[in-house]
Design a protein around this ligand. Sequence first.
Ligand SMILES: [Zn+2]
Length: 358
Amino acid sequence: MAKIIILSIRRDFCKNISFRTNMILIRREICRHKNLSNVRCKTNKEKKTLNEKTFKPIKATQTFYQLGTSSFPAYLSLGEKGMIIEGGTGATFKIIVNQIEELGIDPNRIQFIVLTHTHADHIGAVPRLKSIWPHVKVLASPVAAKTVSKKEMYEDFLCTDQAIAEILKGKGDIATLPPTLQDYSFAVDQVLKDGDTIDLGAGISWTVYHAPGHSPCHIALFEAKEGTLDIGDSTGFYVPEKDVFWPNYFESLEKYCDSIRKLSSIPAQRIVLSHNCVIEGGVKKHFEKALKATQHYHQDLIRRVEAGEDSEAIALEKAQWVSSLTDILPFEAIVSLAKLLIKRSQQEVEKPKLFIFE
Ligand SMILES: [Zn+2]
């Protein structure tokens, strides 16, 4: 079903545009009804209306809310000032705005949108939010600032963003497609360096950690007062209901593993993922499992390539496995991603301590 939808979207929107499939991370809402042993996974409560679902904001802590949908969440941190983490998608923009309104938050209080990274499924709401709330400043890494300054990025971004909207509409998550904008481009207003802090007042201050490997522009953010660590896509695509990871070292295996190790040393109470949910407790364990899963995935690829197995066949098999975890991902996209990971694994000269977790 998802395959048919995405193919028609590609025909309609992407005739002459290279379809950057590795930017499409369309996730099924997989957090529902889950009760994992050491993991408490919070999900958006959905209330069916005539044509679409209503996604309620989820209070994760006294000052931190999960917005958007479970598959494409954004987060709201509240000190004296407010900050949205994640740039959302065009399709979830309206949901996010409605949720903020439902919480009774004055938009003027929201001063920042911070981007974990600039993959297309993490920036789509930004131009729309900027159009209604021009006072809000966009914060991101230096690499992210450079990425969004390139005009050519917007063709691929828009193509993916529209594809996501079509799929969410197909699922009934939204009733109508978001209206088109005159201009989708936006700039990063403030560059975040490793170690920078974003002080929201009332004791809420976020520290920035550069965490490349998933993408070169990726950052994580830690708020020490409540122990909230937003790790974005740093540990890949995690399926809470099965406690399974699909490692996503799309930029570099070494950097990806280094980032996991770096983030695991932060004394967090909960981790916040760019897809699916907030995980309460078991933080160290999450990183340890992510690293182990990466090791297994990488070593299996290398063993099979060295044994003379055809890369295409390996990618196909890996894609089938991923499809068994998340059936909403278009199969072609998964195959492309699987191929990219084989390439990244082959590029890596495995260092002795690459997978050591301390
Ligand atoms: Zn990503």
